[in-house]
Design a protein around this ligand. Structure first.
Ligand SMILES: [Zn+2]
Length: 508
Protein backbone atom coordinates (compact mmCIF):
# COMPACT_ATOMS: atom_id res chain seq x y z
CA UNK A 1 0.00 0.00 0.00
CA UNK A 2 2.68 2.45 1.09
CA UNK A 3 4.74 1.58 -1.97
CA UNK A 4 1.78 2.47 -4.23
CA UNK A 5 1.26 5.81 -2.54
CA UNK A 6 4.89 6.66 -3.09
CA UNK A 7 4.66 5.55 -6.74
CA UNK A 8 1.52 7.59 -7.40
CA UNK A 9 3.11 10.58 -5.64
CA UNK A 10 6.22 10.33 -7.78
CA UNK A 11 4.04 10.00 -10.89
CA UNK A 12 2.14 13.20 -10.03
CA UNK A 13 5.41 15.07 -9.40
CA UNK A 14 6.81 13.85 -12.73
CA UNK A 15 3.69 14.97 -14.63
CA UNK A 16 3.85 18.39 -12.95
CA UNK A 17 7.52 18.77 -13.80
CA UNK A 18 6.93 17.81 -17.42
CA UNK A 19 4.07 20.33 -17.49
CA UNK A 20 6.24 23.09 -16.01
CA UNK A 21 9.13 22.41 -18.36
CA UNK A 22 6.91 22.27 -21.44
CA UNK A 23 5.08 25.51 -20.51
CA UNK A 24 8.44 27.13 -19.93
CA UNK A 25 9.65 25.96 -23.34
CA UNK A 26 6.39 27.02 -25.00
CA UNK A 27 6.48 30.53 -23.51
CA UNK A 28 10.19 30.90 -24.21
CA UNK A 29 9.65 30.00 -27.87
CA UNK A 30 6.70 32.37 -28.04
CA UNK A 31 8.95 35.16 -26.68
CA UNK A 32 11.67 34.37 -29.23
CA UNK A 33 9.02 34.60 -31.96
CA UNK A 34 7.69 37.89 -30.55
CA UNK A 35 11.17 39.41 -30.48
CA UNK A 36 11.59 38.46 -34.13
CA UNK A 37 13.97 35.53 -33.64
CA UNK A 38 11.93 32.99 -35.61
CA UNK A 39 11.42 35.14 -38.70
CA UNK A 40 13.25 33.79 -41.73
CA UNK A 41 16.59 35.55 -42.18
CA UNK A 42 16.69 37.64 -45.37
CA UNK A 43 19.15 36.55 -47.99
CA UNK A 44 19.85 39.50 -50.29
CA UNK A 45 21.88 39.20 -53.46
CA UNK A 46 24.16 42.22 -53.44
CA UNK A 47 26.67 43.01 -56.14
CA UNK A 48 29.89 43.56 -54.25
CA UNK A 49 32.63 45.13 -56.32
CA UNK A 50 35.11 43.61 -53.89
CA UNK A 51 36.99 46.86 -53.53
CA UNK A 52 36.86 49.28 -50.66
CA UNK A 53 39.15 51.75 -52.43
CA UNK A 54 37.50 54.30 -54.70
CA UNK A 55 36.79 57.99 -55.11
CA UNK A 56 33.45 59.74 -55.35
CA UNK A 57 33.90 62.54 -57.87
CA UNK A 58 32.00 65.69 -58.90
CA UNK A 59 29.87 65.52 -55.77
CA UNK A 60 28.49 68.22 -53.46
CA UNK A 61 29.69 67.52 -49.93
CA UNK A 62 28.01 68.70 -46.72
CA UNK A 63 30.38 71.17 -45.05
CA UNK A 64 31.58 70.21 -41.54
CA UNK A 65 29.44 73.07 -40.16
CA UNK A 66 26.45 71.32 -41.70
CA UNK A 67 24.89 74.49 -43.10
CA UNK A 68 25.87 74.32 -46.79
CA UNK A 69 27.18 72.05 -49.53
CA UNK A 70 30.66 72.40 -51.03
CA UNK A 71 30.27 71.74 -54.78
CA UNK A 72 32.45 69.64 -57.12
CA UNK A 73 34.39 67.68 -54.54
CA UNK A 74 36.38 64.46 -54.71
CA UNK A 75 36.14 62.14 -51.71
CA UNK A 76 38.75 59.39 -51.54
CA UNK A 77 37.77 56.29 -49.57
CA UNK A 78 40.28 53.58 -48.62
CA UNK A 79 39.87 50.69 -46.18
CA UNK A 80 36.56 52.02 -44.96
CA UNK A 81 37.87 55.48 -44.14
CA UNK A 82 37.63 58.91 -45.69
CA UNK A 83 41.26 59.52 -46.68
CA UNK A 84 41.07 62.79 -48.58
CA UNK A 85 38.63 65.44 -49.71
CA UNK A 86 39.62 67.73 -52.54
CA UNK A 87 38.19 69.91 -55.26
CA UNK A 88 37.88 68.75 -58.86
CA UNK A 89 41.43 69.75 -59.78
CA UNK A 90 42.78 67.12 -57.37
CA UNK A 91 43.60 63.81 -59.06
CA UNK A 92 42.01 60.84 -57.29
CA UNK A 93 45.02 58.70 -58.30
CA UNK A 94 44.85 55.15 -59.62
CA UNK A 95 41.57 54.07 -58.05
CA UNK A 96 38.07 53.48 -59.43
CA UNK A 97 35.73 56.47 -59.44
CA UNK A 98 32.00 56.79 -58.81
CA UNK A 99 30.32 59.83 -60.34
CA UNK A 100 28.25 61.89 -57.94
CA UNK A 101 27.43 64.68 -60.39
CA UNK A 102 24.34 66.65 -59.36
CA UNK A 103 24.13 64.80 -56.06
CA UNK A 104 24.59 65.55 -52.36
CA UNK A 105 26.83 63.61 -49.99
CA UNK A 106 25.89 63.62 -46.29
CA UNK A 107 27.10 61.60 -43.29
CA UNK A 108 25.15 58.38 -42.67
CA UNK A 109 22.18 58.87 -40.36
CA UNK A 110 21.85 57.73 -36.74
CA UNK A 111 18.62 56.63 -35.08
CA UNK A 112 19.37 57.28 -31.40
CA UNK A 113 16.52 55.17 -30.04
CA UNK A 114 15.83 51.74 -31.52
CA UNK A 115 15.04 48.23 -30.32
CA UNK A 116 16.79 45.54 -32.33
CA UNK A 117 15.65 42.64 -30.15
CA UNK A 118 16.23 39.43 -32.15
CA UNK A 119 15.18 40.90 -35.50
CA UNK A 120 18.33 40.64 -37.60
CA UNK A 121 16.66 41.65 -40.88
CA UNK A 122 16.33 45.11 -39.34
CA UNK A 123 20.05 45.56 -39.98
CA UNK A 124 19.29 45.58 -43.72
CA UNK A 125 16.33 47.96 -43.31
CA UNK A 126 18.56 50.46 -41.54
CA UNK A 127 21.24 50.37 -44.20
CA UNK A 128 18.70 50.57 -47.04
CA UNK A 129 17.36 53.75 -45.42
CA UNK A 130 20.78 55.35 -44.99
CA UNK A 131 20.84 54.67 -41.24
CA UNK A 132 24.46 53.65 -40.67
CA UNK A 133 24.36 53.82 -36.86
CA UNK A 134 21.77 52.92 -34.26
CA UNK A 135 21.67 53.23 -30.52
CA UNK A 136 19.99 50.04 -29.34
CA UNK A 137 18.18 50.90 -26.12
CA UNK A 138 17.93 47.42 -24.60
CA UNK A 139 20.64 45.25 -26.10
CA UNK A 140 20.94 41.49 -25.66
CA UNK A 141 24.03 39.29 -26.12
CA UNK A 142 22.93 38.54 -29.71
CA UNK A 143 23.07 42.28 -30.50
CA UNK A 144 26.65 42.47 -29.20
CA UNK A 145 27.48 39.62 -31.58
CA UNK A 146 25.91 41.50 -34.52
CA UNK A 147 27.85 44.61 -33.50
CA UNK A 148 31.11 42.66 -33.75
CA UNK A 149 30.12 40.98 -37.04
CA UNK A 150 29.26 44.37 -38.56
CA UNK A 151 32.69 45.65 -37.53
CA UNK A 152 34.08 42.65 -39.44
CA UNK A 153 32.13 43.51 -42.61
CA UNK A 154 28.58 42.17 -42.21
CA UNK A 155 26.07 44.60 -43.79
CA UNK A 156 24.49 46.60 -40.99
CA UNK A 157 24.64 49.84 -39.04
CA UNK A 158 27.19 50.47 -36.30
CA UNK A 159 25.51 49.46 -33.05
CA UNK A 160 25.84 51.41 -29.82
CA UNK A 161 24.60 48.82 -27.35
CA UNK A 162 22.79 49.97 -24.20
CA UNK A 163 22.61 47.21 -21.57
CA UNK A 164 19.19 45.81 -20.50
CA UNK A 165 17.39 48.55 -18.60
CA UNK A 166 17.45 48.56 -14.80
CA UNK A 167 14.15 48.06 -12.97
CA UNK A 168 13.00 47.28 -9.44
CA UNK A 169 10.40 44.57 -8.84
CA UNK A 170 9.68 42.07 -6.07
CA UNK A 171 11.17 38.56 -6.43
CA UNK A 172 8.25 36.79 -8.19
CA UNK A 173 7.23 39.61 -10.53
CA UNK A 174 10.89 40.48 -11.05
CA UNK A 175 11.69 36.99 -12.27
CA UNK A 176 8.83 37.19 -14.80
CA UNK A 177 9.58 40.75 -15.99
CA UNK A 178 13.29 39.99 -16.28
CA UNK A 179 12.52 36.95 -18.42
CA UNK A 180 9.72 38.33 -20.59
CA UNK A 181 10.94 41.92 -21.04
CA UNK A 182 14.71 41.42 -20.79
CA UNK A 183 15.10 43.95 -17.99
CA UNK A 184 17.81 44.00 -15.32
CA UNK A 185 15.98 43.43 -12.02
CA UNK A 186 17.63 45.01 -8.96
CA UNK A 187 16.50 45.51 -5.39
CA UNK A 188 19.70 46.60 -3.63
CA UNK A 189 22.69 48.83 -4.38
CA UNK A 190 24.92 45.73 -4.31
CA UNK A 191 22.84 44.13 -7.05
CA UNK A 192 23.17 47.31 -9.11
CA UNK A 193 26.96 47.31 -8.67
CA UNK A 194 27.29 43.63 -9.59
CA UNK A 195 25.16 44.00 -12.73
CA UNK A 196 27.05 47.12 -13.86
CA UNK A 197 30.36 45.33 -13.41
CA UNK A 198 29.13 42.45 -15.57
CA UNK A 199 27.80 44.71 -18.31
CA UNK A 200 31.03 46.68 -18.47
CA UNK A 201 33.01 43.43 -18.74
CA UNK A 202 30.65 42.13 -21.47
CA UNK A 203 31.27 45.24 -23.56
CA UNK A 204 28.00 47.17 -23.40
CA UNK A 205 28.34 50.85 -24.30
CA UNK A 206 25.92 52.44 -21.82
CA UNK A 207 23.54 51.78 -18.93
CA UNK A 208 19.81 52.54 -18.94
CA UNK A 209 17.36 53.52 -16.23
CA UNK A 210 13.81 52.25 -16.79
CA UNK A 211 10.60 53.85 -15.54
CA UNK A 212 10.42 51.17 -12.84
CA UNK A 213 13.76 51.70 -11.09
CA UNK A 214 13.33 52.82 -7.48
CA UNK A 215 15.05 55.97 -6.23
CA UNK A 216 17.82 54.18 -4.31
CA UNK A 217 18.49 52.03 -7.36
CA UNK A 218 18.69 55.14 -9.54
CA UNK A 219 21.19 56.80 -7.20
CA UNK A 220 23.27 53.60 -7.08
CA UNK A 221 23.15 53.25 -10.88
CA UNK A 222 24.25 56.85 -11.33
CA UNK A 223 27.21 56.32 -8.98
CA UNK A 224 28.20 53.04 -10.69
CA UNK A 225 28.07 54.72 -14.12
CA UNK A 226 30.50 57.40 -12.93
CA UNK A 227 32.76 54.84 -11.27
CA UNK A 228 33.02 52.78 -14.47
CA UNK A 229 33.06 55.83 -16.75
CA UNK A 230 30.13 54.54 -18.80
CA UNK A 231 27.19 56.77 -19.85
CA UNK A 232 23.86 56.55 -18.04
CA UNK A 233 20.90 57.09 -20.39
CA UNK A 234 17.22 56.30 -20.62
CA UNK A 235 14.01 57.07 -18.80
CA UNK A 236 13.33 59.21 -15.76
CA UNK A 237 12.13 56.60 -13.27
CA UNK A 238 8.65 57.28 -11.87
CA UNK A 239 10.20 57.30 -8.39
CA UNK A 240 12.44 60.30 -9.04
CA UNK A 241 11.89 64.01 -9.56
CA UNK A 242 13.77 66.42 -11.81
CA UNK A 243 15.99 67.45 -8.86
CA UNK A 244 17.25 63.84 -8.78
CA UNK A 245 18.06 64.05 -12.49
CA UNK A 246 20.05 67.28 -12.01
CA UNK A 247 21.97 65.63 -9.17
CA UNK A 248 22.73 62.49 -11.22
CA UNK A 249 25.30 61.50 -13.83
CA UNK A 250 22.60 60.76 -16.44
CA UNK A 251 23.73 62.36 -19.71
CA UNK A 252 20.75 61.61 -21.93
CA UNK A 253 16.99 61.27 -21.58
CA UNK A 254 15.50 58.84 -24.07
CA UNK A 255 12.30 60.74 -24.94
CA UNK A 256 11.12 64.36 -24.75
CA UNK A 257 8.05 62.59 -23.36
CA UNK A 258 9.93 61.75 -20.14
CA UNK A 259 9.68 65.42 -19.16
CA UNK A 260 5.91 65.37 -19.78
CA UNK A 261 5.70 62.54 -17.25
CA UNK A 262 8.04 64.22 -14.77
CA UNK A 263 6.08 67.50 -14.94
CA UNK A 264 2.83 65.56 -14.60
CA UNK A 265 4.16 64.14 -11.33
CA UNK A 266 5.00 67.67 -10.15
CA UNK A 267 1.52 68.79 -11.20
CA UNK A 268 -0.05 65.96 -9.22
CA UNK A 269 -1.46 64.02 -12.17
CA UNK A 270 -3.67 65.72 -14.77
CA UNK A 271 -6.94 64.41 -16.20
CA UNK A 272 -9.15 65.39 -19.15
CA UNK A 273 -10.72 68.02 -16.84
CA UNK A 274 -7.41 69.64 -15.86
CA UNK A 275 -5.61 69.25 -19.22
CA UNK A 276 -5.58 73.01 -19.91
CA UNK A 277 -4.17 73.79 -16.46
CA UNK A 278 -1.52 71.15 -16.96
CA UNK A 279 -0.50 72.61 -20.32
CA UNK A 280 -0.24 76.07 -18.72
CA UNK A 281 1.99 74.53 -16.04
CA UNK A 282 4.20 72.89 -18.70
CA UNK A 283 4.52 76.25 -20.52
CA UNK A 284 5.57 77.90 -17.28
CA UNK A 285 8.19 75.25 -16.46
CA UNK A 286 9.60 74.35 -19.89
CA UNK A 287 12.25 77.09 -20.25
CA UNK A 288 13.57 76.42 -16.76
CA UNK A 289 13.85 72.69 -17.50
CA UNK A 290 15.67 73.46 -20.77
CA UNK A 291 18.17 75.69 -18.97
CA UNK A 292 18.95 72.99 -16.42
CA UNK A 293 19.47 70.48 -19.24
CA UNK A 294 22.07 72.78 -20.76
CA UNK A 295 23.71 73.52 -17.40
CA UNK A 296 24.09 69.75 -16.77
CA UNK A 297 25.00 68.91 -20.38
CA UNK A 298 22.09 66.50 -20.83
CA UNK A 299 20.92 65.50 -24.31
CA UNK A 300 17.39 64.46 -25.13
CA UNK A 301 16.15 62.06 -27.80
CA UNK A 302 13.14 63.23 -29.78
CA UNK A 303 10.71 60.32 -30.48
CA UNK A 304 8.08 62.97 -31.38
CA UNK A 305 6.34 60.85 -33.97
CA UNK A 306 5.87 57.94 -31.55
CA UNK A 307 4.17 60.06 -28.91
CA UNK A 308 2.11 61.96 -31.48
CA UNK A 309 0.86 58.57 -32.70
CA UNK A 310 -0.46 57.42 -29.30
CA UNK A 311 -3.88 58.99 -29.65
CA UNK A 312 -4.04 58.11 -33.35
CA UNK A 313 -3.30 54.46 -32.51
CA UNK A 314 -6.00 54.50 -29.87
CA UNK A 315 -8.49 56.27 -32.07
CA UNK A 316 -7.85 55.03 -35.58
CA UNK A 317 -5.39 52.16 -35.46
CA UNK A 318 -6.28 50.85 -38.88
CA UNK A 319 -5.27 54.10 -40.60
CA UNK A 320 -1.97 54.09 -38.68
CA UNK A 321 -1.26 50.46 -39.57
CA UNK A 322 -2.13 50.97 -43.23
CA UNK A 323 0.14 54.03 -43.46
CA UNK A 324 3.07 52.21 -41.81
CA UNK A 325 5.30 50.17 -44.09
CA UNK A 326 4.13 46.97 -42.41
CA UNK A 327 5.44 44.71 -45.17
CA UNK A 328 8.94 45.51 -43.85
CA UNK A 329 8.16 45.10 -40.15
CA UNK A 330 9.24 41.81 -38.61
CA UNK A 331 5.96 39.84 -38.42
CA UNK A 332 6.99 38.31 -35.10
CA UNK A 333 7.08 41.78 -33.58
CA UNK A 334 3.92 43.14 -35.24
CA UNK A 335 1.93 39.98 -34.49
CA UNK A 336 3.12 40.07 -30.88
CA UNK A 337 1.88 37.60 -28.30
CA UNK A 338 -1.06 37.22 -25.96
CA UNK A 339 0.91 35.47 -23.24
CA UNK A 340 1.17 38.75 -21.31
CA UNK A 341 -2.11 40.22 -20.09
CA UNK A 342 -2.40 43.21 -22.47
CA UNK A 343 -0.68 41.52 -25.39
CA UNK A 344 2.51 42.90 -26.94
CA UNK A 345 2.39 43.85 -30.57
CA UNK A 346 1.05 46.17 -33.25
CA UNK A 347 -1.98 44.54 -34.84
CA UNK A 348 -5.48 45.28 -33.49
CA UNK A 349 -5.81 42.28 -31.12
CA UNK A 350 -2.45 42.86 -29.46
CA UNK A 351 -1.66 46.57 -29.99
CA UNK A 352 -0.12 47.84 -26.76
CA UNK A 353 -1.71 51.30 -27.10
CA UNK A 354 -5.25 50.21 -28.00
CA UNK A 355 -8.16 51.22 -25.83
CA UNK A 356 -9.58 48.65 -23.47
CA UNK A 357 -12.60 46.83 -24.91
CA UNK A 358 -16.01 48.38 -24.45
CA UNK A 359 -15.01 51.95 -23.61
CA UNK A 360 -18.18 54.07 -23.92
CA UNK A 361 -18.33 57.23 -26.05
CA UNK A 362 -17.91 59.62 -23.15
CA UNK A 363 -14.85 57.85 -21.79
CA UNK A 364 -13.42 57.68 -25.30
CA UNK A 365 -13.82 61.44 -25.65
CA UNK A 366 -12.10 62.02 -22.31
CA UNK A 367 -9.29 59.64 -23.19
CA UNK A 368 -8.80 61.45 -26.48
CA UNK A 369 -8.56 64.81 -24.69
CA UNK A 370 -6.03 63.35 -22.28
CA UNK A 371 -3.76 61.94 -24.98
CA UNK A 372 -4.00 65.00 -27.19
CA UNK A 373 -2.87 67.13 -24.25
CA UNK A 374 -0.06 64.64 -23.66
CA UNK A 375 1.19 65.10 -27.24
CA UNK A 376 0.79 68.88 -26.95
CA UNK A 377 2.84 68.94 -23.75
CA UNK A 378 5.71 67.17 -25.51
CA UNK A 379 5.62 69.82 -28.25
CA UNK A 380 5.72 72.66 -25.71
CA UNK A 381 8.80 71.07 -24.16
CA UNK A 382 10.36 70.32 -27.54
CA UNK A 383 9.99 73.95 -28.63
CA UNK A 384 11.62 75.17 -25.42
CA UNK A 385 14.51 72.68 -25.81
CA UNK A 386 14.99 73.77 -29.43
CA UNK A 387 14.82 77.50 -28.66
CA UNK A 388 17.27 77.26 -25.73
CA UNK A 389 19.73 74.99 -27.58
CA UNK A 390 19.42 71.67 -25.73
CA UNK A 391 21.20 68.95 -27.76
CA UNK A 392 18.38 66.99 -29.43
CA UNK A 393 19.13 63.55 -30.91
CA UNK A 394 16.79 62.21 -33.61
CA UNK A 395 15.32 58.93 -32.40
CA UNK A 396 12.23 56.89 -33.13
CA UNK A 397 11.79 53.92 -30.75
CA UNK A 398 11.85 51.66 -33.82
CA UNK A 399 9.97 48.35 -33.36
CA UNK A 400 7.59 49.95 -30.90
CA UNK A 401 4.21 50.27 -32.67
CA UNK A 402 4.06 51.58 -35.36
CA UNK A 403 7.65 52.63 -36.04
CA UNK A 404 9.24 50.47 -38.76
CA UNK A 405 13.05 50.30 -38.48
CA UNK A 406 14.91 52.52 -40.94
CA UNK A 407 11.83 54.14 -42.43
CA UNK A 408 10.88 55.58 -39.05
CA UNK A 409 13.90 57.89 -38.94
CA UNK A 410 12.75 59.67 -42.11
CA UNK A 411 9.28 60.07 -40.60
CA UNK A 412 10.88 61.46 -37.45
CA UNK A 413 12.96 63.93 -39.45
CA UNK A 414 9.76 65.13 -41.18
CA UNK A 415 8.13 65.49 -37.75
CA UNK A 416 11.12 67.50 -36.51
CA UNK A 417 10.79 69.81 -39.52
CA UNK A 418 7.06 70.22 -38.89
CA UNK A 419 7.87 71.01 -35.24
CA UNK A 420 10.10 73.92 -36.23
CA UNK A 421 13.60 72.53 -36.66
CA UNK A 422 15.57 73.71 -39.69
CA UNK A 423 16.89 71.07 -42.11
CA UNK A 424 20.47 71.86 -40.99
CA UNK A 425 19.49 71.33 -37.33
CA UNK A 426 17.74 68.07 -38.21
CA UNK A 427 20.77 66.78 -40.10
CA UNK A 428 22.92 67.60 -37.06
CA UNK A 429 20.47 65.77 -34.77
CA UNK A 430 20.86 62.66 -36.95
CA UNK A 431 24.60 62.91 -37.67
CA UNK A 432 27.07 65.13 -35.79
CA UNK A 433 25.31 65.22 -32.42
CA UNK A 434 24.79 61.45 -32.02
CA UNK A 435 28.31 60.78 -33.35
CA UNK A 436 29.65 63.08 -30.65
CA UNK A 437 27.46 61.49 -27.97
CA UNK A 438 28.58 57.99 -28.95
CA UNK A 439 32.17 58.98 -29.79
CA UNK A 440 31.79 56.92 -32.96
CA UNK A 441 34.25 58.67 -35.29
CA UNK A 442 31.47 59.30 -37.81
CA UNK A 443 28.88 62.02 -38.35
CA UNK A 444 31.05 64.35 -40.39
CA UNK A 445 32.59 64.22 -43.83
CA UNK A 446 36.21 64.82 -42.93
CA UNK A 447 39.57 63.12 -43.37
CA UNK A 448 40.13 60.24 -40.99
CA UNK A 449 36.43 59.65 -40.33
CA UNK A 450 34.85 56.28 -40.93
CA UNK A 451 33.22 56.15 -44.38
CA UNK A 452 29.55 55.93 -43.38
CA UNK A 453 27.91 58.14 -45.98
CA UNK A 454 24.69 58.67 -47.92
CA UNK A 455 24.45 60.03 -51.46
CA UNK A 456 21.18 61.89 -52.13
CA UNK A 457 19.59 63.02 -55.40
CA UNK A 458 17.92 66.06 -53.78
CA UNK A 459 19.24 68.76 -51.47
CA UNK A 460 18.25 67.98 -47.83
CA UNK A 461 19.04 71.55 -46.71
CA UNK A 462 16.10 72.74 -48.83
CA UNK A 463 13.65 70.16 -47.49
CA UNK A 464 14.46 67.34 -45.09
CA UNK A 465 12.22 65.02 -47.14
CA UNK A 466 15.20 64.81 -49.52
CA UNK A 467 16.86 62.36 -47.08
CA UNK A 468 14.65 59.73 -48.73
CA UNK A 469 16.06 60.35 -52.22
CA UNK A 470 18.84 57.84 -51.58
CA UNK A 471 21.05 56.92 -54.52
CA UNK A 472 23.83 55.16 -52.60
CA UNK A 473 24.73 54.19 -49.05
CA UNK A 474 28.34 53.71 -47.99
CA UNK A 475 28.64 51.71 -44.82
CA UNK A 476 32.04 50.80 -43.38
CA UNK A 477 33.43 51.92 -46.74
CA UNK A 478 31.29 49.45 -48.71
CA UNK A 479 29.30 51.20 -51.44
CA UNK A 480 25.74 49.95 -52.02
CA UNK A 481 24.01 51.51 -55.02
CA UNK A 482 20.27 51.91 -55.52
CA UNK A 483 19.96 48.44 -57.03
CA UNK A 484 21.75 46.88 -54.03
CA UNK A 485 19.56 48.82 -51.59
CA UNK A 486 16.40 47.66 -53.38
CA UNK A 487 17.74 44.09 -53.18
CA UNK A 488 18.08 44.48 -49.40
CA UNK A 489 14.50 45.73 -49.11
CA UNK A 490 13.07 43.04 -51.39
CA UNK A 491 14.85 40.29 -49.46
CA UNK A 492 13.36 41.48 -46.17
CA UNK A 493 9.86 41.72 -47.64
CA UNK A 494 10.11 38.18 -49.00
CA UNK A 495 11.40 36.79 -45.71
CA UNK A 496 8.57 38.54 -43.85
CA UNK A 497 5.92 37.23 -46.25
CA UNK A 498 7.25 33.70 -45.73
CA UNK A 499 7.08 34.11 -41.95
CA UNK A 500 3.75 35.91 -41.57
CA UNK A 501 0.90 34.07 -39.81
CA UNK A 502 -1.65 36.92 -39.59
CA UNK A 503 -2.64 39.02 -42.62
CA UNK A 504 -1.72 42.71 -42.38
CA UNK A 505 -4.04 45.61 -43.23
CA UNK A 506 -3.44 46.98 -46.71
CA UNK A 507 -4.48 50.27 -48.32
CA UNK A 508 -7.86 50.02 -50.13
ZN1 LIG B 1 12.39 52.42 -26.41
Amino acid sequence: MRKWIVRIGLGVVAVMMIGAVSSYLFIDRELTRMYGGLTEPANPVVADAGTRDYALVNVSVLAPEGDRFLPDRIVVIRDGQIRAIGNTTTSPGEIPTLDGRGMYLVPGFTDSHVHLWESENDLLLYVANGVTQVRDMNSLPVNLRWRDEIEEGRIGPDIFAVAPQFATFGPMEGAFVGWVQHKTIVRTADQVDAAVKDYVAEGYDALKASSYLDRDGYIALSAAAAEHNIPLVGHLPMAIGLEDLWASNQSEVAHVEEFVKALDREFGGYSADTAEDFLAFVRERSDGVADRMIAHDISVTSTLELVDSFHRQKFDLNTELTAAKLTYENPGISEGTIITSRGMGWLPQVNIYRWPEGLDAERQARSRLYWQAYAEAQHILFEAFLARGVPILAGTDANVPVRVPGFSLHEEMEALQAAGMSPAEILASATTLPAKFMASGTGEIAEGRKANLVLLRDNPLKDIGATESIEMVIVGGRALDRQDLDALLDSVRTANDNSRTVPIPVAE
